[in-house]
Design a protein around this ligand. Structure first.
Ligand code: SAM
Length: 224
């Protein structure tokens, strides 16, 4: 970033105080968070809040997650440069941008076309060119580019969608918030020798993953 970046100082402080001080230590994750301009991924009137320790609304009832949670989930993927990564829930595109700084290839799926369009714009403004944002139901994954070494779901899932487990490469890691619509646990699956092991980390709170292998829309729930 150049001196012209008005938020560089705040961003570095965010990494030191909110991320490193709480135990995230992967140098690639920390460096990505120091360089990706988070303020370009929030609505203009919220830019001054972009480096605070909290999620923010991005329109369409969706959110950009708290920086610390983004960092923890990224670290749990244990990425290396050559990994292929799938993100489910593009939102603002910020998480995908970080992933794109760490690995060569990222596919991100977003179910809401207008949210996906804004994510693409944000990524372009931030100069991230190795992320493709696709509109679709991410609970079905994206078989066209499978298998993936890393899969991250950034919306609350009732369980890990089976197609995503199938699209995980041997040795691949999947990180997701799994629970009910109000509160979830962060879960990491690792696929080894065709077997999948699961580890649970702390509690989190995400907007719902809506789709064939996720939740139904509240609108339809209410009608039933
Ligand atoms: N990763 C995002 C970021 O960096 O800003 C934050 C994601 S936001 C918490 C969750 C996103 O998941 C929303 O944009 C929502 O529309 C999307 N979503 C929900 N269900 C989905 C599905 N089945 N497939 C793809 N996206 C989905």
């Amino acid at each position: 970033m150049t001196d012209a970046d008005p938020y560089m100082q705040e961003r570095h402080e965010m990494v030191e105080r909110q991320i490193r001080a709480r135990g995230v230590s992967d140098p690639e994750v920390l460096e990505a968070m120091r360089t990706v301009p988070r303020h370009l991924f929030v609505p203009p009137d919220l830019q001054r809040l972009a480096y605070q320790d909290r999620p923010l609304p991005i329109g369409g009832g969706q959110t950009i997650s708290q920086p610390y949670i983004v960092a923890v989930m990224t670290e749990l993927l244990e990425l290396k440069r050559s990994d292929r990564v799938l993100e489910v829930g593009s939102g603002s595109g910020y998480q995908a941008a970080l992933l794109g700084r760490i690995v060569d290839r990222v596919v991100s799926i977003e179910r809401l076309p207008e949210v996906a369009a804004q994510a693409r714009k944000n990524l372009q403004r931030a100069g991230i060119a190795n992320v493709t944002v696709i509109v679709g139901d991410g609970t079905q994954g994206y078989p066209e580019e499978a298998p993936y070494d890393g899969i991250m779901i950034t919306a609350a899932a009732p369980g890990v969608p089976e197609p995503l487990i199938e699209q995980l490469a041997e040795g691949g890691r999947l990180v997701a918030p799994v629970g009910n619509r109000d509160v979830q646990d962060l879960v990491r699956l690792i696929k080894r020798g065709g077997e999948v092991t699961s580890t649970t980390f702390g509690g989190v709170c995400f907007v719902p993953l809506i789709g064939r292998h996720g939740w139904r829309e509240r609108f339809y729930d209410d009608l039933l």
